[in-house]
Design a protein around this ligand. Sequence first.
Ligand SMILES: *Cc1c(COP(=O)(O)O)cnc(C)c1O
Length: 452
Amino acid sequence: MRFISTRGRCEPLGFGDAVATGLAPDGGLFLPEQLPDLSVRWRSWAGLGYADLCHAFLRIFATDVPDETLRGIIGRSYTRFRHADIAPLVKLDARTYVLELFHGPTLAFKDFALQLLGNLYEHQCRERGQTINVLGATSGDTGAAAIHGLLGKPGVAIFILYPDGRVSPLQERQMTCTGADNVYALAIDGSFDDAQTALKELFADQDFRLQHRLSAVNSINLARVLAQCVYYLHAWLRLPEADRSEIEFVVPTGNFGNVLAGWMLQRMGVPIRGFKVATNRNDILHRLFTTGEYRLGPVQPSLAPSMDIQVASNFERLLYYQLGQDPARVREVMATFKCAGYFRFENFDRDCFTSTRCEDVEIPGIIRRVHQDYGYMVDPHTACGFKELARDRVSVVLATASPAKFPDTIRAAIGIEPRDPALETLKSRPIIKHKLAANAADIARFVADHAV
Ligand SMILES: *Cc1c(COP(=O)(O)O)cnc(C)c1O
């Protein structure tokens, strides 16, 4: 299968090249040239375990990866999950389920995509006889998940920039206590935006980028979206048949990355009723789905920090379909949005979406209510999903992080401090980080000195 850019100004690429490239050269995002029709296949997939289902799904797209190689890559990607079901579906009552996406190595849903991406990168390095240096800036979860996707991989080094003192102590430990010698956690003196700006400067230097074969960690890689489709399908196939077409997936989101994957699966012919987009106080997506206007606002820090985002980078993929798969229109809308900071949609199709916004002051109360009603503990991101569930459908709430990652918020809400053995072990390991100024030249020197 080939992959095209949402902006239509570059040649379609195969799976391997689209994954290696990340962002399309014309500034757009990659999408399958044609979405497959799964309505003829999903029935035969009902009994498959997670890795087998992932293989059955991805082989439709990754046609340039030999089948046995693909199977190996996928197998390795889900062995470090600590639950036999990988993505267990927990029933709270007849109309409410939780899809637990936090049993991977960093206890958050990003492991599903980044474990796979790490193994894909490793395979490409080997096949092309090259090394790569992966760079990213993070405000927490993405950096940790990327590091754990790549740690110890031969031929790959990873450099993650984060704002010193501004990520949670546990998140910092997940990035700095790995003991792996191909991981560099760079504690930047400044904010997340300062780190991001310095990183953009590094990537803008074409010679430097090519010389060190730099690759970016970000949420827009095609492989991440496809990897995320699988847990929706896995959960959907495990629901009672009578419920399946009544399902609304409730997705705590900031970047639209997670919910986009579910929506694409629906477009491929899996009869899901709809999606609830659950935002925190950073509500650009909630405003879009309630008013039809996509308008940038300031980012406000919240108790669900991994959703503190205003520009939803994956939104461009939805936009492409909303605008009748017309790349010229996508370019036009993105240009207008870039200079005006907003865009008004005339006929935005919201049929399969609902949305909610959750203020910070509401989060502890929701954690308490879910714990009282079901004896179930949710982290602050998942709590945003529980704000308001539909009465006329069956809800599957995606639990995007383990409560053990946010002990302070949980203790304040219900007086219990959740613990996880993996996080406890981290506390006894030494922190290894490199402090650097938020300055592109200093960071470039560090990368040049440590690159593989
Ligand atoms: C990254 C993250 C999210 C938001 O993911 P999107 O890609 O923006 O949908 C939600 N919850 C947690 C715990 C995360 O780490």
